[in-house]
Design a protein. Structure first.
Length: 471
């Protein structure tokens, strides 16, 4: 009898990465990858609109640091993508200039020791003094807390309102009053809980061994030596899923099924059965689910309602992405882009200056992101593309003083695209993993819903999920 294949559910970046790592470990074992849409890469979509200009719908830059950052660079080495990478080094304006729009003005966020020590708008005193509030702030014992409450308690309201609120918009389009402190500041929160202040924790841990990092391949070594801040790809981010798909085809042991939504999963002893959109069924010895937790919840709800309830707690938000391309250099103060803290009550979350990262000559390419946690309140259930475009253009015209019309633009509404790690996320994750372990379900989880929403995180989550099967 032919053994049932291991199945990867979802063909986004995490599903493709899981298939890649699994292919390398599985030897001759057959694998299946099931993807609901006709496209591999999930939210990663790059559309070429002229000779050099690319409209990115999803991610556009990757960080090269930490274990997860090195892991991605090593994967790029393996895939032979070295010559496709475009580094943005720490001395590049796109790395140094990150802006926020507050009180009708754009302000550069502090990017050097000197700028931490001097008073800079919109802050009422030097940032260093805000940070020093931690020394005298009263500590409280709590199991988890919102990012907003934590930063307001430790550093004061200006840091929470301008810096943290804006940063959270620029990473998960979320509300810092609901997102867990562990999402961005796990270590700092642990220091406060253990030692009474972040500063004390930092000093106590100064001599700690550094995080164990994987060996650096060629690209990771170049990134360190060359002081890369972030990087992207010449032909756009889709270069990565395309290369992963190519590698899977080369290995030849993964059958990729596109347009094949999974509608139900039934676990039976140590086997699983997937009901597919076309009425067929797929037997599987193990499922690696890379789809959003709330989508997985729906598939298992009948048989495992308790697990489904826990998975469904991991909420997602909608983001409208408006790419615009203009002739000429329209950005007076180049940089990475700007974020708008929610306190400003504007209908946009932020704008990325894509042309600054790619060094396009005499062209301006911008991406406006809108909605997130506030999508429905701002735009209702089903805003038209025209409405969203007009809002994006009017805000750009006002904030960047642009009077030209774009040569081209594109509006996409990314429904349920970014997970929100709400207060209690960590505990919920532990309960999810315990349930799967206790019931001995042949199920592994990876993707943006669990241990980090960035490109690096989802690739590493896939690698860990695969390696844990073979432990
Ligand atoms: C607007 C935006 C900007 C971003 N910017 C950055 C950035 O600059 N840097 C960075 O590091 N990260 C960024 N990210 C995050 C990063 O892009 C994502 O976290 C990552 O791409 C998620 O990959 P994934 O595979 O986990 O999920 P997805 O991309 O959601 O893939 C899941 C796949 O599963 C499929 N699927 C779902 N249900 C089923 C089913 N029932 N049956 C079969 N298939 C199914 C879907 O069709 C999809 O293809 C951004 C994300 C967004 C949305
Ligand atoms: C306004 C909406 C969004 C912008 N980017 C994202 C959203 C939802 C998504 C996103 N951006 C980054 C990540 C990865 C985080 C990681 O763990 O690596 C994700 C999921 C990268 C990022 N972008 C900004 C920051 C501060 C970061 C964190 C890492 C880094 O330092 O590079 C800034 C930023 N994001 C957006 C804008 C307009 C912006 C402006 C300064 C858009």
């Amino acid at each position: 009898m032919v053994p049932s294949p291991k199945t990867i559910l979802g063909g986004g970046l995490s599903g493709l990465s899981a298939a890649y790592y699994l292919s390398k470990l599985a030897g001759k074992e057959k694998l299946a990858l099931i993807e609901a849409s006709n496209h591999l890469g999930g939210w990663i979509k790059s559309e070429k609109v002229d000779k050099e200009v690319v409209f990115e719908q999803g991610p556009r830059t990757i960080r090269p640091v930490g274990a997860a950052g090195i892991n991605t660079l090593n994967l790029l080495d393996d895939l032979g993508l070295n010559s496709e990478v475009v580094p943005i080094t720490r001395d590049n304006v796109a790395a140094k200039n990150r802006l926020i729009y507050v009180n009708g003005e754009l302000h550069t966020l502090p990017n050097s020791i000197l700028s931490l020590l001097s008073k800079q708008k919109p802050f009422s005193k030097p940032l260093a003094l805000h940070l020093m509030q931690d020394l005298t702030a009263k500590s409280i014992k709590v199991p988890d807390e919102s990012l907003y409450d934590f930063t307001k308690r430790r550093f004061g309201p200006e840091i929470a309102d301008y810096l943290i609120d804006a940063m959270l918009c620029g990473i998960c389009a979320g509300n810092s009053r609901e997102v867990s402190v562990n999402f961005l500041m796990k270590k700092l929160f642990m220091y406060e809980q253990k030692y009474g202040s972040i500063t004390k924790g930092v000093f106590k841990h100064l001599l700690d061994k550094k995080e164990k990092l994987p060996n650096r391949g060629l690209l990771a070594a170049q990134a360190k030596l060359g002081k890369w801040n972030v990087y992207t790809f010449k032909g756009g981010m889709e270069t990565l899923p395309i290369a992963l798909e190519g590698a899977l085809k080369y290995f030849g042991n993964t059958q990729i099924h596109l347009n094949m939504k999974c509608e139900k999963i039934t676990f039976n002893n140590d086997k699983c059965l997937l009901d597919l959109h076309d009425g067929s069924q797929q037997d599987s010895s193990h499922i690696i689910s890379s789809i959003a937790a709330k989508n997985l919840a729906y598939l298992i709800a009948n048989q495992h309602p308790d697990l489904a309830n826990k998975l469904a707690k991991i909420k997602m938000v909608d983001v409208a992405v408006i790419n615009l391309f203009y002739n000429g250099n329209l950005i007076k103060n180049p940089g990475f882009g700007f974020l708008v803290p929610p306190k400003e009550k504007l209908p946009i979350l932020g704008v990325i200056y894509d042309s600054c990262c790619h060094n396009y000559q005499n062209k301006t390419v911008l991406t406006v992101m809108m909605g997130g946690y506030w999508f429905k309140d701002l735009f209702g259930d089903d805003p038209s593309e025209e409405t969203l475009f007009n809002i994006a253009r009017d805000n750009l015209n006002k904030i960047l003083n642009i009077s030209d019309e774009p040569v081209q633009y594109k509006v996409n509404i990314l429904r349920q695209c970014i997970p929100q790690y709400l207060v209690g996320h960590q505990q919920n994750l532990e309960e999810i993993n315990k349930y799967i372990k206790d019931k001995k379900l042949p199920l592994s989880l990876c993707g943006a819903s669990y241990n980090g929403v960035g490109v690096n995180d989802v690739i590493l989550s896939a690698k860990n999920a695969v390696e844990n099967i073979y432990l």
